[in-house]
Design a protein around this ligand. Sequence first.
Ligand code: NDP
Length: 318
Amino acid sequence: MKAIVVTSQGGPEVLEYKDVEPPQPSEGQLLVDVTYAGINYIDTYFRSGTYPSNPPYIPGTEGCGRVVEDPLGKIAPGTLVAWHAAPGSYAEQVAVDRNRLVAVPEGVAPEVAASMLLQGMTSHYLLHGVRETQPGDTMVVTAGAGGVGLILTQMAAAEEATVYSVVSTEEKEKLAYEAGATKVFRYGEDLAEQIKAENGGGVDVVYDGVGQDTFAMCLNVTRPRGLVCSFGSASGDVEPFKIQELNAHGALFLTRPSLKHYVATDDEFLMRAQAVARAVEEGTVKIRVHPPYSLENARQAHEDLQARKTTGSVVLNV
Ligand code: NDP
């Protein structure tokens, strides 16, 4: 079968389109023909070596596709399923854990299904896991027109939270407003002051996927006893800092969460996955998919994602 292979740690150029052996599903797994593979920022951390990885390997963990065969005979061949945690998803076939997939609801497009779970469940646990969102909560969302950013904004707006979205371009600003942001800002020196002037004294929580470039802003924009949720580092890892900074900024709480700890059990996975699939099916969350790249163009997709050229979710058409 054809697949993308990370040949060594490095930039997008280490992604190669190759012939490889198809996967052998182990007990508890199903073999699936991939229709679309989801691309997530974390794929670039593993590719570059920011997170540990052992090349050569097939990247990607998320996607949507049709079941080839279920050894237990419970899921009919041809059933369209979506998953978020099947290593090797940038490929024509992948082995998926049977306890970590959902059937794609009728009417949900495959490219949407391929990108809804990882970013959707992340948004869900940020709003209903890291803390419980209440109507009237105020929050900052950085990278507000990215894959997570647009879903998080829609879910938060549906909870009647006030969302201050931060983006880098006019096009992204428009998308953030369409997603339900209360007010959209651009990055800059006085960003925290601008948001505090708007909101009158600091927000309850900041959800930051940018990391190094925005961490100081996060501390400055959060109200006393508020929460800084640093869940990603698109601009690089946050530099080491003195814990007393949290005190100096008003006894802040700080967390650095990740999805795997919020879908730790099959039950928790199902609860979040079904909530996301339902919201997408009902249309309360609309997944914006950037124009799909072909599987062999995965390199270009990674380049564009890291160059901030994409909006919404990114997928490979397999
Ligand atoms: P996005 O689609 O949001 O793409 C990244 C965005 O980050 C860019 O579009 C850009 O938006 C912004 N950005 C700001 N500075 C930089 C920079 N220096 N280089 C590149 N991008 C920059 O990606 P995802 O939705 O896949 O992920 C968003 C973040 O969430 C990532 O950090 C990711 O690791 C994290 N994440 C964390 C999870 C967790 O459980 N902890 C789970 C899923 C994602 P703009 O131009 O508007 O600034």
